[in-house]
Design a protein. Structure first.
Length: 395
């Protein structure tokens, strides 16, 4: 054990005198009186800092295997400000984060082990991803693509195709939304994946795959976030793939044989834009509402006679009426919310019976046009803003 060193300002005193003055100090004798009595060259506030440390026989340094020391506290110190035991040999302190060389080295060792473990886990996960998704998928010939596949793929490529045209980047990182709603985004991706046109790229971020730690019933990496993964393009043809992709992104025209499919896609986009606006308006007044089959059926019926821009107005008025209904009546918020879609239907029917001319609302900045909408209306069927301002009709 290292011998306790006496402070130079106390070396003119014996150990008995030092013990005596410390007892007086902690028993309430004024520090100024002690300084004067023992002729100590210090101030009252610093007297206790000259005292020799306490030997902590019950606290052993884990590095040196020697009892640790503890600096004396002032008699007025608080419990949260008490001095911590330390080793006079190596400097180890009895704290959560000790700054002695040994503890620094141990923490660095643990950090490196944790880093190595993380790297190993990531490598194992990457291997599992490759094993599941590096499949020998039979590519689809460009000449065999149907109209819907070309439209969906064209919109997807315009949204997230990498600069080198090698891969479709995660939709979460895209500047534009692929479709008006997440439901339609899922439908587009599921259709293309199911047809073998695209597949998950095994070089996608590991975070894009649901970890089994998050969902115990799911085995990694069988479930992934559709807007976080990259996708491979499984297309071949008589030309270089980049030329084929350019044709899909920039189609010249569509044939009469595709008119029925085109009308169906128009109806789909229009329906999703109505749902998108409906959800936006309901959220703006804090109405909770889960869209089900009834709501979808009503919007489909409205689109037989009204454009999306007109249905915007129908929704806006119905939400406003429901809000007033809630504020001025004793109904619950849920009841008011449930009245909105019925209000849309009744207002539309009165409009048709009375031959009212409905105003056409404009797109709002909070809901910019999606890529599938812009690509389909501007490039594929060439009707432009009519896709928003007229009901889906024969082409």
């Amino acid at each position: 054990m290292r011998e306790i060193e006496i402070h130079e300002k106390l070396r003119h005193l014996t150990m008995l005198q030092i013990e005596s003055l410390m007892n007086k100090y902690y028993n309430g004798v004024k520090a100024s009186d002690i300084i004067k009595e023992y002729n100590i060259d210090t101030t009252s506030s610093k007297l206790y800092t000259l005292f020799p440390p306490i030997i902590c026989e019950d606290i052993i340094c884990p590095v040196c295997n020697e009892p640790m020391y503890k600096e004396r506290d002032s008699k007025s110190s608080y419990s949260w400000n008490k001095k911590k035991p330390f080793c006079a040999i190596c400097g180890h302190t009895d704290e959560i984060i000790c700054k002695c060389n040994y503890c620094i080295a141990e923490r660095e060792k643990v950090r490196k082990l944790n880093e190595e473990r993380k790297v190993r886990i990531l490598q194992e996960k990457r291997e599992k991803i490759k094993k599941v998704y590096d499949l020998n998928i039979v590519p689809v010939n460009y000449s065999e693509l149907n109209f819907r596949e070309k439209v969906f793929l064209g919109a997807l490529l315009r949204t997230s195709l990498s600069e080198d045209m090698e891969v479709i980047l995660p939709l979460n990182d895209a500047e534009r939304e692929l479709a008006p709603t997440i439901g339609y985004i899922k439908e587009i991706l599921s259709y293309l994946i199911g047809r073998g046109v695209i597949s998950v790229d095994s070089n996608s971020s590991i975070d894009a795959f649901l970890d089994s730690n998050e969902e115990k019933d799911i085995e990694f990496p069988n479930v992934y976030y559709i807007t976080m993964v990259k996708y491979r393009i499984n297309i071949v043809g008589d030309e270089e793939i980049k030329n084929i992709l350019s044709k899909i992104i920039n189609p010249k025209s569509f044939s009469d044989a595709d008119k029925e499919d085109a009308l169906n896609i128009w109806k789909e986009i229009a329906l999703e834009e109505c749902i998108e606006y409906f959800e936006y308006q309901m959220k703006s007044v804090r109405f909770d509402f889960n869209i089900g089959e009834k709501t979808i059926a009503i919007f489909k019926d409205l689109l037989e006679n009204f454009s999306v821009s007109q249905i915007y107005g129908i929704i806006y008025k119905s939400v406003a009426n429901a809000t007033k209904y809630y504020q001025e009546s004793s109904v619950s918020k849920k009841q008011a919310a449930n009245s909105v879609i019925g209000g849309c239907q009744r207002y539309a029917e009165r409009t048709m019976i009375n031959n009212w001319e409905l105003a056409k609302y404009s797109k709002i900045k909070e809901l910019p046009q999606s890529m599938i909408s812009e690509f389909f209306f501007d490039r594929v069927i060439g009707v432009g803003s009519l896709g928003f301002n007229m009901p889906p009709s024969e082409l």
